[in-house]
Design a protein around this ligand. Sequence first.
Ligand SMILES: [Zn+2]
Length: 269
Amino acid sequence: MPNDPDFVVEKWGTTRPSEGRVFAAVFAHSDDLAIFAGGTAMKLISEGYKGYFIKTTNDEMDSYDLSFAETVYRIAKETEDVVDYLKLEKLYSLDYKNHYLEHSQLTEIRHRLIMLFRFLKVDTVITFDPWGHYEENPDHYITAHAVETASWTAGRQLDLPELKDMGLMPKFVTRKYLVARGPQLVNRVVDITPVIDKKLECMKLHVTPMDNMYRTYKDLHPDAKITQDEFVESEFLQKADPMYGVEYAEKFHYIDETDSFSFMRNQKS
Ligand SMILES: [Zn+2]
């Protein structure tokens, strides 16, 4: 809330204070990044960040009625288009089966993320909030938990100690921009007004998932008179709450582990 002393509205500047920093946007699905944090990714890159997209599933179920193979093929291409559009360095797709991320895979995903975080020298993640409420998609909440655990174990000396012999030295991920579809603690709002048109263009590059979203919506609301473009705009062009003082925004639970070192992190003194 804006009256919280830790609450921040990130506005656009003209400097590049984040030169040398690296973020990984770790999401389950091709379209998650653009939907939840496309504007924020553009802003961080404009400030000097290098960005990577790590996608945990293969998106095989995100078409309306194509085969799995055709769906994977099309979305792989569309995701590369979005990576180029957002000026990200590279996509790493871990390609776990869509809708079937499981707790049994959690440790394996964590280890793959530790290796990538160390190799890419990631210091910031943009991902799902593992403490957000009412998230129903296991791909989202399993990814959230894997990223959260990998972020601190990547910096510890005795987690995967053999990686040090391979030159992948411990490094903590210290900044986290966490998104949620349901209620969460929001302490940071990123102004995306300057890039709202670009965010919308980026959404439209996700041709297959947007078609699926629209047709699924029509199944649930057969009487709705709305075109696909109108649907996408009504979903993703919602104005920010006036209390934030910006026209369009992306909202986060933001954590910076370097603010202070506290084993009991809620102790402010
Ligand atoms: Zn998703």
